[in-house]
Design a protein around this ligand. Structure first.
Ligand SMILES: *Cc1c(COP(=O)(O)O)cnc(C)c1O
Length: 388
């Protein structure tokens, strides 16, 4: 069986570095807010290209802390609107709701699967205070067009970089393109810890200070609490592990790109749409998403032939019980993606042989008996994006 993601194998390549890192923390006797976290923050800020990185507990907290800090700084207030991609992992949206802000979902482009810049402007109201872009699947969602819209309407541009560590835009890293960015080091991400972890990156010193304070109970001075904060810190153990793995991130992303190139060249099936890649060399392929109307049958075919796949994501956020207030929203591009998306295995430890085997299995797939057209055929959305 080819697993979807072999985390043990991924981390085993760093055994010596990780063991030494854990030993260092053991020997230091210091487990929270110590030298490892401080050093990782410095190293990660250099890597991303921002003046600040602030460690925190996980990616959701990183997003939540950015918005909470903007509220504390008076930039945003309860009831203000934040534009979010309709097609994302729900954490992006939860961070907005958690702060009493109002998430406004905007459809993606049907080809790149990234938020549609053209639809962002149409969703802006006098209450809009920010735009959250998500570099979904490891591809850059940022464009000069989006930055320009944010400038013209005086909106904060927040990046959810949970899936795109190492991704580039014009030579700059995602996570350094907007006003602030959130990163997740969940074990399955391109840069993954051995547990939960996250970070906020920004060039804004006031924002960085506020995030750091809010993540530590609203305190910058022991037992003095200026704000109603939370407890969300990157612990020393995870910081040390991340320091051990960060130097290998670019190499690991290169392997992901190599596998993606094999898929892009090798998969040839009339029922399968390969991902639209805007800039191959900057994409970090956290996920390799293909689109297929007969997705469930293809998934079964791959499973029967020993290949595990996943769906990112089976149910759109506006169709989740958590957002039942959005039940009546019609977001056809998002719904179409969610009904067709299938993620193929991709990771720094997937071999060329395994990749070729997967390609062969896909190309040999015989589509099950052609489905009768539905009674009320819904037009499949054709919206694609102009290149900005
Ligand atoms: C993983 C992920 C998150 C959340 O990160 P956690 O560390 O699991 O809290 C947020 N946004 C996106 C797009 C993600 O993929």
């Amino acid at each position: 069986m080819i697993p979807f993601l072999d985390l043990k194998k991924i981390n085993d390549r760093y055994t010596d570095e990780i063991s030494a890192a854990i030993r260092r923390v053991m020997d230091s006797g210091w487990y929270i807010l110590g030298n490892e976290a401080k050093s990782f923050e410095k190293e990660y800020a250099v890597y991303i290209g921002t003046s600040h990185a602030v460690g925190c507990g996980n990616g959701l907290d990183a997003l939540t802390l950015i918005l909470k800090a903007y509220m504390q700084l008076g930039v945003m207030n309860i009831g203000d609107e934040i534009i979010v991609p309709a097609n994302t992992y729900i954490a992006s949206i939860l961070s907005v709701s958690a702060n009493g802000l109002v998430p406004v979902p905007v459809e993606p482009c049907a080809d790149t699967l990234q938020i549609d810049a053209e639809k962002i402007e149409a969703a802006i109201t006098p209450r809009t205070k920010g735009v959250m872009i998500v570099h979904l699947y490891g591809q850059c969602a940022y464009s000069d067009r989006i930055a320009d819209i944010c400038r013209r309407y005086n909106l904060k541009l927040i990046e959810d970089n949970a899936q795109a560590h190492g991704c580039l835009y014009g030579g700059r890293r995602t996570g350094s393109l907007g006003d602030a960015a959130a990163h997740s080091f969940y074990p399955g991400k391109n840069l993954g810890a051995l547990g939960d972890g996250g970070a906020v990156t920004t060039d804004d010193s006031r924002l960085a200070d506020m995030v750091r304070c809010l993540a530590n109970y609203g305190s910058s001075e022991k037992y003095i609490f200026r704000y109603k904060g939370m407890n969300s810190r990157l612990d020393e153990m995870q910081a040390a592990v991340l320091r051990a793995k960060l130097p290998g991130l670019d190499r690991d992303n290169n392997i992901r790109r190599h596998i993606a190139s094999l898929y892009l060249q090798g998969i040839d099936h009339p029922s399968i749409t390969l991902p639209t890649v805007r800039d191959f060399d900057s994409h970090v392929f956290h996920i390799f998403p293909i689109l297929c109307e007969d997705r469930d049958s293809l998934m079964r075919h791959l499973r029967d032939n020993g290949v595990a796949t996943l769906i990112h994501y089976p149910i759109a956020p506006h169709r989740q019980a958590a957002y039942r207030e959005w039940d009546r929203l019609s977001l056809p591009v998002t719904e179409h993606i969610h009904s067709c998306e299938l993620s193929l295995p991709i990771s720094p430890v997937l071999t060329d042989e395994e990749t070729e085997k997967i390609i062969g299995i896909i190309n040999n797939w015989v589509t099950s008996t052609p489905k009768k057209p539905p009674k009320n055929p819904r037009k499949s959305p054709k919206t694609t994006c102009k290149k900005d």
